[in-house]
Design a protein around this ligand. Structure first.
Ligand code: UDP
Length: 320
């Protein structure tokens, strides 16, 4: 198939490009290199058509979508710190960008897989989180919920186009991590801890560290994304792509320290100090993966210690 990957130079996008190439597909990447990096595609640049541009460029997106059979739309403003610091990016890129991509797909009648996020659940207390659960958000003064809302708007667009018969689906990611993760750690606690442990600095814990996440290795995240594009089983629905194994941030810090083989201390930082006033965190986040198991037969296969080990190996090879 001819496939367009928006955000294909990003951490997740570039792994998806690898998988598509492995399966013999013809790949075009659209990425403006805002958080993505050409380096992520350096090993396969001769096999893909790379376009350095933005999803906000309607004419460009239209031209690219016309020439493919399938679109994976991963381009987005991501990372809690980034979103809190630059809320407009999150609202415009994530809401308007998806509108542009879906509009073009509707014009040329192409299937689209839209990358969504577990952030859409907000701070719901219902665990595990199933796709049709209520979303629970706080005040509009909290920029994090603007991100959640923009991604939820993306999903509303998915379902609206689906009603018109367009094959579209949304995949909700749960804390993906793995090789090529941004080492600055702005979007992932795994990267933050790994960088800190390797350089002998204290590991920064925001809040008291009892908040939990379910970390999902990139190969699993990307395989589920790939399958959602290749099968029609999830058309018209959203599916969770997450590893249901829940862990506190304190436990994660221990695992990373053990793996790296250091005993650096923890440094507790209040949310206010890190993110300013009007910040709220998600206390627990766990996916219910029944739907994606039923529809795609997808399950995570890489457990945390193995995934962290593979990430660490990549990190050492890349940065030392
Ligand atoms: N976190 C932390 N220290 C860090 C970075 C993140 O304690 O250096 C916490 C963060 O407050 C959140 C969790 O780790 O509770 C996961 O953060 P991340 O930014 O990876 O993703 P999120 O799930 O919040 O989108």
């Amino acid at each position: 198939m001819r496939v367009l990957v928006t955000g294909g130079a990003g951490y997740l996008g570039s792994h998806l490009v690898d998988l598509l190439l492995e399966h013999g597909h013809e790949v075009t990447v659209l990425d403006n290199l805002s958080t993505g990096k050409a380096d992520n595609l350096a090993h396969c640049l001769d096999q893909v058509r790379f376009v350095n541009g933005t999803i906000l460029d309607e004419a460009l997106v239209d031209r690219l979508v016309e020439k493919v059979d399938l679109v994976y739309h991963l381009a987005a403003a991501v990372g809690v710190k980034h979103i809190v610091d630059r809320p407009l990016d999150s609202l415009l890129t994530n809401a308007r960008g998806t509108e542009v991509v879906l509009g073009a797909a509707h014009r040329w009648w192409r299937k689209v897989v839209v990358a969504s996020t577990s952030e859409v659940y907000g701070k719901t207390a219902k665990i595990p989180m199933a796709e049709d659960d209520d979303r629970v958000l706080g005040s509009t003064k909290v920029h994090r919920w603007g991100y959640s809302t923009a991604k939820a708007l993306d999903e509303h667009l998915v379902f609206a186009y689906s009603d018109l018969g367009l094959p579209v689906t949304a995949v909700r990611y749960f804390n993906s991590y793995g090789p090529r993760i941004d080492p600055r750690g702005y979007g992932s606690v795994v990267a933050a801890f790994m960088g800190q442990a390797l350089s002998g600095q204290p590991l920064t814990i925001y809040g008291d560290g009892t908040q939990t996440r379910c970390f999902t290795f990139v190969d699993d995240t990307v395989r589920g994304t790939y399958q959602a594009g290749m099968s029609s089983a999830t058309d018209g629905t959203a599916v969770n792509l997450g590893n249901p194994n829940e862990i506190t941030i304190l436990e994660l810090a221990d695992r990373v320290r053990t793996l790296v083989g250091v005993d650096t201390p923890l440094r507790f930082i209040s949310y206010e100090e890190r993110f300013g006033k009007d910040f709220e965190d998600t206390g627990r986040r766990v996916p219910d993966i029944t739907r994606v198991q039923d529809l795609l037969g997808w399950e995570p296969t890489v457990e945390l210690d193995e995934g962290l080990g593979r990430t660490l190996e990549w990190w050492k090879q890349t940065f030392s």
